[in-house]
Write a protein that binds this ligand. Sequence first.
Ligand code: GLY
Ligand code: MN
Ligand code: MN
Length: 447
Amino acid sequence: MPAPSTARLYADHLATLQARAATALERAGFDHLVIPSGTQHFQVFDDRDYPYAVNPQFKAWVPLTRNPGSWLVITPGHRPRLIYLQPRDYWHVVPEAPSGYWVEHFDIVVIRKPEEAQQHLPRNAAKCAILGESQSALGHYGAYRPNNPQAVVDHLDYHRAFKTPYEIAMLRAANRRAVRAHAAAERAFRAGASEFGIHLAYCQAAGQDANELPYGNIVALNEHAAVLHYTELGRRAPDPLRSFLIDAGAAHAGYAADITRTYAADTGSEFQAMIDSVERAQRAMCDQVRAGADYRQLHLDAHLALAGVLRDFGVLRISPEEALETGVSAVFFPHGLGHGIGLQVHDVAGFAATETGGTIPKPTGHPYLRLTRSLAPGMVVTIEPGVYFIDMLLEDLRDAGKGDAVDWNRIAAFRPYGGIRIEDDMVCTDDAPENLTRDAWAELDAA
Ligand code: GLY
Ligand code: MN
Ligand code: MN
């Protein structure tokens, strides 16, 4: 059976969003859902603008990410309306007339100035749930000021965890783009490029620059890999080159990929062997992305698995269970196993207990976990275990009198490599999970 077209998938996606919106509005007592795309922001005392970032609530409905000053009006029982700002402007390239698989579903009104949007918004602002930033406010005394009703936001955000087939197709495409760029980055690393050079090779292959990518590239050589969010982009390659950790994504139609790989310069080294062990463990974790699995448990299981790797390599002198119990495993794995991903790299509602609110707490001692929900078909999450050698945390361990739990000579041997992280984007299904990242890689390798 041929795959359904993007147009078909989008039509179904829109119907799903409309149903969610209708329920949210009815429960909260509003007639309309109104969503501004957002505004351009400027640096203080300057006319320089910041990169525009679209309101995620807006791009959930339409694949428009570069259109400040536009608005959506969703009224149950009516065709959705797009108020589309196409300014008269000879300083900048103005957005083209809307086109593509999605436009036929909207009544589209083109405006030339941002304030003209108001005349096309519902007359009674009090009946509108307006989702956005306060800077989008329009009208006298900000009559159309985003009010972000909690009940509406909670409902939409909770359900956004369940991706439609259209959204999964977009995430597949984002992964394809990102793995192409990851392959180029590895080639640049093997050729001796600096972090900055690798970053440029990545952007070139992704066809996206820093403002278009879903987050700042983490490109780390040697010890720099021990900084969880290292974004310095050194201009000179270190000598000798030992290791390379890259956490970098790509965007497609507003959806994000989030992928990490780690490489050893010497593929016969013990560090390569540790990468291979972490990768084996990571693949097993990916396979646990199953309907009904409690993500908190996957995170705790990951601690045990990684502590097992560290014990096998002689770094840990205590059992994985004791390492988890005493907090020693968190010295090496000091972040969460992963998070929901979609329109946002760290997608919303990771802790949402229900569609009407409430929070599922994190396990005690694991403050950086971003997802505590149980998995269900349609959820897309990252699985990104890490093993890091971070001086600050190792010193804290020693200061806490727990230094005997580790072999400091083994730590000294691995410290110059910084750390290891391996991250894939996974779809939970009714059956075996779909690995968007590895499938895209297999496709690339086969091409
Ligand atoms: N790239 C950020 C993260 O992996 O969560
Ligand atoms: Mn991630
Ligand atoms: Mn990442």
